[in-house]
Structures are given as C-alpha cells and as structure tokens.
Write a protein that binds this ligand. Structure first.
Ligand code: HEM
Length: 251
C-alpha cells in the first residue's frame, strides 16, 4: 500500500491520517462490496418469493408492452397526473442522478465517447449538484407536512439527509474549483486516487489528504460510503424493482 502522507508527526496527526486513509481506501472497498452483494442478495430473495396470487396486470393492454413498462418506470405517469410538482422534482432528480454517474466515471479517466459534447470535468458546470441539492430539499421538506409526514418512517429522513450531505460536499469541491478558481485539488489528483483504487493499488496523492479542501473529499466519500452500506437494506431498493414490477403490470 502506497500513500504520500508525510512522516507521521504528532499522535493526533497519525490518528487523523489513519482515519482519512481508512475512509478513502478500505471503507470504499467495503461499502461497494456490501452495496453490490447486498443488492444482489435482496433481489434474489425478492424474485424467489411466491408469485402474487392476483394478477397485477393493468388494462386496457397497451403494446409494445416493454415500451410501456419503460414509460411507467422512467416517466412516472401516475405521479404526473396526481402530483405534477413532485413529478418535476422526481424527473429532475433522476436525470441528474444519471448524469452524476457519468460524471463520476469521467473522474477516473478521459473517456472520448462521453466528450461528444465537449465539457469540463465535473460535467454540468456545477449545476448538477445544485439541482440535486434543491430536489433533495424538496423531497425532505414535503415530508414535514401531512399526509406525507404520516406515511414517512425515520429511515426516509435519514436517507434524504445523507444524500443531501453527499451532494453538498461533492458539489462544494466542484464549485470551489470552477466558480472560485481553487486549484489546491485538481481532477488529475482525483484520477490518480480513483484509478489506484480501481487497480487495487491504492495511492493517496498529498493534495487529496493535505490540501485545504481534502476534508471535503473525505466527508463526501465518508457519507457516500455510509449510503452505499445502508442502501441494500433500505426501502430505496424499490428503485431496482420498479422496472420488473411495471413489466408485470404491463403483462
Ligand atoms: C452515493 C454516492 C455518491 C453521490 C450521490 C455523489 C454525488 C456527487 C455530487 C453531487 C458531486 C458534485 C457534482 C457537481 O459538481 O455538480 C460529486 C463530485 C465528486 N464525487 Fe461524488 N458522489 C458519490 C460517491 C462518490 C464516491 C464513492 C467517490 C470517491 C470514492 C466520489 C468522488 C467525487 C469527486 C472526486 C467529485 C468531484 C468534485 C469536483 O468536481 O471537484 N463520489 N459527487
């Protein structure tokens, strides 16, 4: 294991360096392992459950069925009809989430196909994180009023607050670089760190651990790890089930 941490200084600094190293390296591996294995095991368990006695199919039948299942899954027609404002924020959130995954892939290396629309890293000019933060605040605040409050469980609030913290610390890193010209931690540093994780030869460049903004990366990754550890055991797993469920409904 290699890291650029300077020679240990005081006990306190050794502890801080170790905690930073644990969050940015082993905890990332553990949380991704739990996320993928936990999600797979949950899905296997759900699909092994006995079939629902009554048909879930909706009528009149619309063809092609797979296309209507995709429509129901990604365009939330029921929400659109009954809660248009929630629908706007749901669409905004899910589109930004898709772009966010692409943005994180680009943090590993330059990928030409993603640069079909030439853009600076992180994609979105910093607005992706901003829109996600606004959508998450909407999802959180609507749970403070009835009837949504009465239907909510504590887990809903924890998950939304956790996601909001992840998004805020991730965005701040980008806003500092892009909107305030901060150069202490660059995309090349992220790439050196993230590629070393991918090649299972973890390396922490000095800027990632010692620069003025490194605590934001550490907090971003820490909360992201917590989310990935928590997700397979949460209700949000429904997101993986919506497509097969809509396929069932569309026959
Ligand atoms: C649940 C998982 C995660 C979510 C929701 C998330 C969310 C975000 C958001 C919203 C941004 C800012 C986008 C913008 O600038 O508009 C961001 C940036 C970033 N994220 Fe994540 N992230 C997650 C996991 C991770 C993980 C696990 C790592 C690293 C191990 C990571 C590393 C980064 C880095 C390096 C940036 C770039 C900041 C910059 O542009 O300066 N993220 N993330």
């Amino acid at each position: 294991m290699r890291h650029a941490l300077s020679a240990p200084r005081s006990i306190r600094e050794v502890i801080v360096d170790t905690v930073i190293y644990f969050i940015l390296v082993p905890m990332v591996y553990i949380s991704f392992a739990v996320f993928f294995i936990g999600t797979a095991l949950r899905l296997i368990k759900i699909f092994r459950e006995p079939k629902h006695p009554a048909t879930l199919q909706v009528y009149p039948e619309k063809n092609p069925k797979w296309l209507w299942a995709l429509h129901d899954t990604f365009l939330f027609p029921t929400v659109r009809r009954h809660k248009p404002l929630l629908w706007v924020f749901l669409m905004l959130f899910h589109i930004c989430l898709g772009l966010l995954i692409i943005g994180h892939i680009e943090l590993f290396a330059e990928i030409n196909i993603i640069q079909v629309i030439p853009h600076e890293i992180f994609l979105g000019q910093g607005y992706l994180g901003l829109l996600l933060a606004i959508a998450l605040l909407y999802f959180l605040f609507r749970r403070f009023a009835s009837p949504v409050r009465d239907l909510s469980v504590p887990e809903d609030y924890y998950l939304l607050i956790l996601l909001f913290l992840i998004v805020i610390f991730g965005s701040e890193m980008d806003w500092a670089r892009r909107w305030y010209g901060y150069e202490g931690m660059t995309v090349d540093d992220y790439r050196e760190y993230l590629m070393s994780l991918l090649y299972l030869d973890p390396y922490l460049p000095e800027t990632v651990t010692d620069s003025g903004h490194s605590f934001m990366l550490v907090l971003h990754v820490f909360f992201a790890n917590l989310f990935l550890l928590f997700f397979p055991f949460s209700q949000s797993m429904h997101s993986f089930l919506s497509l097969p469920m809509n396929k069932l409904r569309r026959g």
